[in-house]
Design a protein around this ligand. Structure first.
Ligand code: ADP
Ligand code: MG
Length: 700
């Protein structure tokens, strides 16, 4: 046995060589035997089920046909140039079509030869067709096979090097000739394997590549999913545990003057029960002597800013500085404004640093940070630049975290020798499964209560056909002294089109409000930040009644007198965005409305989104629905972060496995935090071996 065989570079596999190795590395990330072993099929061809052409129906999706080539010809010119082959299996005729690799394939297809053909069936003029099917020549020795044949994901570049899905199967097969059970260490404790009746690791890896039947395949997938979800959660939980055990944190012992003065004399309202509960959790973290790393989830408008402020006052009471980082300049400024106004009677120095801070101001601010005279620094990404040095940063708060990557979080940790306490606040709630799968390294708090006196925003969906009525309604609200937003989507591909779209919208809104008593502000991403700010301010002070804007105001903007939110082309927005936008109204005591305007024709998916919005105001429910509709691969912030790149598991479909794995992790670490129990040492060595290869190790 060769213990390192799995680390063998892929070029040493029979049938690979340097050229193919190069392309496998670039295109598929396969560098070693181990990588290939974990490059799983996405589909299998059931060779035991051959369909006849006559049986093909409009409902057939994929089919395996055995047929003889009758003719091949190249038709069309330029872009419609294609190779068409006609085949028959004796029960009917079918056309196979290729638009690429025409000459290469034509050379392969000799009339009279028989092929096994696998592909997606479509119908053209009632005749079955397959385009770019997979082909395998039938020779005398290719008798019926009794297993599911794996098909691996491939790319055009791989295919051009003869590394299509089937050729990769051949490599995998060669790999299994070279390795054996001895080379694959079990990485789950026997107790878990027994408890959940899991297939062993070696067997699972073999069966996922070359399943002997459907049942073994399903067992292998179940095992690998469990393994994946268990190990991911284990490593995150270990990060959390080690921090609890080892990380030195600043101890904020006292709740002093600043906090008490503010809490007892300046606070404009009672804290909600949820705010109190979370504050208690945070205070405990801050006083215990280890670094806090807490995720605060709360619905839009639940009052997270105040929790942030109170925490920062505790820091100040203990002689430490804090920073509050927001994803956009508007939001950072808004934080700055509300903090300075809340703290107006207090000797707490708050400052604001963004990309558009002038050089002179910037110099002063950097000085203030360095000498410690600034207590609280709010700002954008500008805060994490290396030139920003604090005297003693004790607490870093990140608002609307999904816009910041893990790397940026890590940068804040490194601002001091001793990492500051970290509080991450999400803009909208995160589904529970996602919290488990992606934030297991953090402790987390939930604020599931809105301040009293809010009436839920009434939400309706109207098509453009009803625009007049909508405008009429908006007018009636404005005439009552309220304010309204009109939001236009960003069409990412074209900034120019966005702008034109917004301008058209602006003109249209204006045409509905021609009288001189109506004033309109407009804000968009391309504006200079001063102009943006002026327009924003005019709306905030009530100088203008209407705000026409792109989604730059999506987060955090707070104008309690605004009671109507009209979202144009609402079908183009995602659920969290709609919810976040809707959160801009319903902030005062007046009844508020959100009108989702859409085109006349709306896709099924969009219809579902809009109707969920009309049904509920609950951000937690909306988050779950969103995950369900979009699937986990596409949730903002997680895609880039690489946290959810599970190979086999899907946190949505595999909720139960995720939860079971979560519970097992908790139980296991409660009993054996060092993983020193003989049954658990396999986990320990596995994690050690993976160290340095995961996002998590970068944070530590
Ligand atoms: P979010 O959680 O979305 O960031 P904010 O912190 O912006 O919410 O708070 C939304 C609004 O609720 C603000 O106007 C804030 O002043 C107000 N608010 C916060 N806490 C309370 C409270 N306990 N009682 C009443 N109003 C509150
Ligand atoms: Mg906020």
């Amino acid at each position: 046995m060769n213990p390192d065989i799995l680390n063998t570079p892929i070029e040493y596999l029979k049938g690979v060589g340097p050229v193919k190795a190069d392309i496998l590395k670039k295109e598929a990330g396969i560098f070693t035997f181990d990588d290939l072993l974990h490059y799983f099929p996405f589909r299998y061809i059931d060779r035991t089920r051959i369909t006849t052409i006559k049986e093909l129906a409009h409902t057939t999706e994929y089919a395996l046909i055995t047929g003889k080539i009758i003719t091949t010809e190249v038709l069309g010119v330029k872009r419609s140039r294609r190779l068409v082959a006609t085949i028959t299996d004796g029960t009917g005729y079918m056309e196979l079509v290729w638009f690429q690799g025409i000459y290469f394939i034509e050379k392969m297809l000799h009339p009279g030869d028989t092929f096994q053909i696998f592909g997606k069936v479509t119908f053209f003029m009632d005749k079955p067709q397959m385009s770019h099917p997979e082909l395998q020549k039938v020779t005398t020795d290719s008798g019926p096979k009794d297993y599911l044949e794996p098909v691996y994901p491939s790319t055009e570049k791989l295919k051009m090097r003869h590394l299509g899905g089937r050729q990769i199967a051949a490599l995998t097969s060669a790999l299994f000739q070279q390795i054996s059970e001895k080379d694959i260490n079990e990485n789950l404790p026997q107790s878990l394997i027994q408890q959940f009746k899991l297939m062993g690791r070696w067997e699972a890896l073999r069966q996922i590549h070359f399943p002997k039947d459907k049942a073994s395949h399903d067992q292998s997938v179940r095992r690998l999913k469990f393994e994946e979800l268990f190990l991911a959660q284990l490593s995150m939980a270990m990060v959390r545990l080690r921090r609890h055990q080892q990380s030195k944190g600043f101890v904020f012992e006292t709740v002093g003057e600043y906090f008490n003065e503010f809490y007892n004399h300046q606070l404009p309202f009672m804290l909600t029960g949820a705010q109190k509960k979370v504050l208690k959790e945070i205070r405990k973290d801050l006083g215990i002597g280890r670094q806090m790393n807490r995720l605060l989830q709360g619905d839009v408008g639940s009052g997270k800013t105040l929790v942030a402020l109170l925490s920062m006052l505790i820091a100040a009471d203990n002689g430490y500085q804090s920073c509050l980082m927001a994803p956009t300049e508007i939001l950072a400024r808004q934080h700055y404004d509300s903090l300075t106004s809340l703290l107006k009677n207090m000797p707490v120095k708050v400052d604001l640093l963004t990309g558009s801070t002038s050089a002179k101001e910037r110099k002063e601010i950097l000085q203030g940070c360095l000498d410690g005279s600034i207590h609280i620094l709010t700002g954008t990404h500008a805060l994490i630049e290396d030139t920003v040095k604090f005297n003693n940063l004790g607490l870093a708060i990140i608002d609307e975290q999904h816009r910041f990557g893990v790397e940026q979080r890590a940068k804040l940790w490194r601002k001091n020798k001793i990492a500051p306490h970290i509080l991450v606040m999400t803009a909208t709630p995160i589904p529970r499964t996602l919290t488990l799968a992606a934030y297991g390294d953090m402790d987390y708090s939930v604020m599931d209560e809105l301040p009293p006196g809010r009436t839920p925003v009434m939400t309706v969906h109207r098509s453009a056909y009803h625009r007049n009525e909508v405008m009429h309604f908006v007018r009636s609200e404005i005439d009552k002294g309220r304010q309204a937003y009109f939001i236009y989507p960003l069409i990412e591909e074209s900034a120019k089109m966005d702008y034109e779209n917004l301008m058209k919208g602006y003109e249209e809104v204006k045409s509905y409000f021609p009288e001189p008593q109506y004033w309109i502000s407009m804000v968009h991403g391309k504006q200079k930040s001063e102009l943006k700010q002026t327009n924003m301010d005019r709306f905030v002070t009530g100088d203008t009644q209407i705000m026409v804007s792109t989604t730059v105001i999506e987060v955090g903007v707070n104008v309690p007198n605004a009671t109507v939110m009209v979202i144009e082309s609402a079908e183009r927005f995602g659920l969290p965005q709609l919810h976040q936008l809707r959160g801009r109204v319903g902030r005062g005591s007046e009844k508020s409305y959100c009108i989702l305007l859409s085109g006349l024709k709306v896709s099924e998916d969009a219809k579902q989104r809009l109707s969920i919005m009309c049904e509920t105001n609950d951000g937690f429910k909306i988050a779950e629905k969103d995950l369900e509709l979009r699937g986990p691969g596409d949730i903002e912030g997680t895609r880039q972060s690489g946290l959810l790149n599970f190979k086999v598991a899907n946190i949505l479909e595999d909720k139960n496995i995720l939860q079971a794995a979560h519970d097992s992790v908790e139980e296991l670490l409660a009993n054996d935090p060092e993983l020193s129990n003989p049954d658990n040492t396999c986990l320990r060595s596995y994690l050690l071996q993976k160290k340095g290869k995961t996002v998590w190790s970068k944070i530590l």
